[in-house]
Design a protein around this ligand. Structure first.
Ligand SMILES: Cc1cc2nc3c(=O)[nH]c(=O)nc-3n(C[C@H](O)[C@H](O)[C@H](O)COP(=O)(O)OP(=O)(O)OC[C@H]3O[C@@H](n4cnc5c(N)ncnc54)[C@H](O)[C@@H]3O)c2cc1C
Length: 319
């Protein structure tokens, strides 16, 4: 696997506002990470590609999102939604509808680069609290309008897509707070839309943020950490790179609260139960099909950076 002199001129610009690229770019808009020279050589080798394949930039997606697919909700229906959450929290413009329509698997990225537009919600609604979600779920049920929650949007299962339209609930805008940190039980109660990095940063900085004596860690680090939120981790039954030590998300969650069309499902904060079936386990992995997760309590761990050592192994081959 010979290294070459040529090394691609990778794209390093903050995506233009409301562009296709601003939707499909991974992670934070101003953070860039590219294959190093050895990985570049390995990619060419593995996929039988040449330097010429990397010479020209294609389908950059810098154009502003624009299409001609009107919302199927009537103005009267939109007014009812606005009355529930406030006018500023209901969006029907092209960019906002496409922004929440796909996840971040390769198929999604290709569709966005090639401007293939499908499975859009008719409106994107940002609930401010549980009460908003209860009212929205009730309204959707009465009006037979589908409702699809949207967390960090890193899905690889096409869960955030809206094949029958309806409303997409953007959980990140308001429902992104830490509600309680309990140092005696070593638990934290959060709203579902808090993004992975914000969650971990708040726990690491607990003495400054919550006036605790100790620093904490959530212990959950999926590769999609920068583009996923705690609620998303729970409803997809996620795993992280340190899960062999801390446990998968279903080992970390202690209690949950869901809003459903037939009422709330609330589990209690016990360390263990001697009855079954285990409702917490039934709900985790439901991908939004059983209800909207509005609150969760999770285990946390003392964070001692001075005791942390990072290392990795490289194997010569698979033998
Ligand atoms: C490059 C890449 C790497 C990845 N690495 C990992 C990994 O290491 N480990 C891993 O487990 N997964 C991984 N994933 C998959 C994905 O990141 C996880 O499934 C993640 O937990 C999804 O969280 P999210 O916040 O992005 O959820 P979204 O993508 O926004 O939503 C996922 C599903 O959950 C539903 N949903 C979201 N919020 C709620 C809510 N509040 N209530 C009810 N339903 C809701 C949505 O409707 C959708 O069906 C990866 C994905 C990518 C693209």
């Amino acid at each position: 696997m010979a290294e070459t002199e040529f090394y691609p001129d990778w794209y390093e610009k903050v995506p233009p506002s409301k562009s296709f690229r601003s939707i499909f770019k991974w992670g934070y808009p101003d953070v860039f990470k590219h294959p190093n020279k050895r990985l570049y050589a390995m990619m060419k080798d593995a996929f039988a590609m040449t330097d010429a394949d990397f010479a020209e930039k294609m389908n950059l997606g810098e154009e502003e999102v624009e299409f001609d697919i009107p919302s199927r909700l009537t103005e009267a229906q939109l007014d009812e939604l606005r009355a529930i959450v406030g006018t500023e929290n209901v969006h029907t413009d092209d960019f906002n509808r496409l922004r929440v329509a796909y996840g971040k698997m390769m198929y999604d990225l290709i569709r966005l680069r090639e401007k293939i537009i499908e499975n859009l919600p008719d409106a994107v609604v940002s609930p401010r609290d549980k009460e908003d979600i209860r009212a929205l779920v009730k309204w959707c049920n009465q009006n037979r309008v589908p409702v699809t929650p949207y967390g960090g949007g890193s899905s690889v299962m096409r869960g955030p897509e809206c094949p029958h339209g309806g409303i997409s609930l953007d959980m990140r805008v308001y429902m992104n707070k830490i509600i309680r940190l309990n140092t005696i039980n070593q638990t934290v109660t959060v709203q579902p839309g808090i993004m992975g990095r914000d969650y971990e940063a708040a726990l690491n900085n607990a003495p400054e943020v919550f006036k605790t004596e100790e620093r904490y860690s959530g212990g959950h680090f999926p590769q999609s950490f920068d583009s996923s939120c705690v609620g998303g981790w729970i409803v997809t039954r996620g795993a992280g790179q340190n899960s062999t030590y801390y446990g998968k998300i279903e080992d970390l969650v202690i209690s949950q609260e869901y809003v459903t069309p037939v009422g709330d499902i609330v589990t209690k904060e016990y360390p263990a139960e001697a009855i079954g079936p285990d409702i917490d386990q039934l709900m985790m992995g439901s991908e939004g099909a059983f209800g909207i997760l509005v609150e969760a309590t999770l285990k946390i761990f003392k964070y001692r950076p001075e005791n942390t050592r990072r290392f990795s192994y490289i194997f010569r081959d698979y033998a």
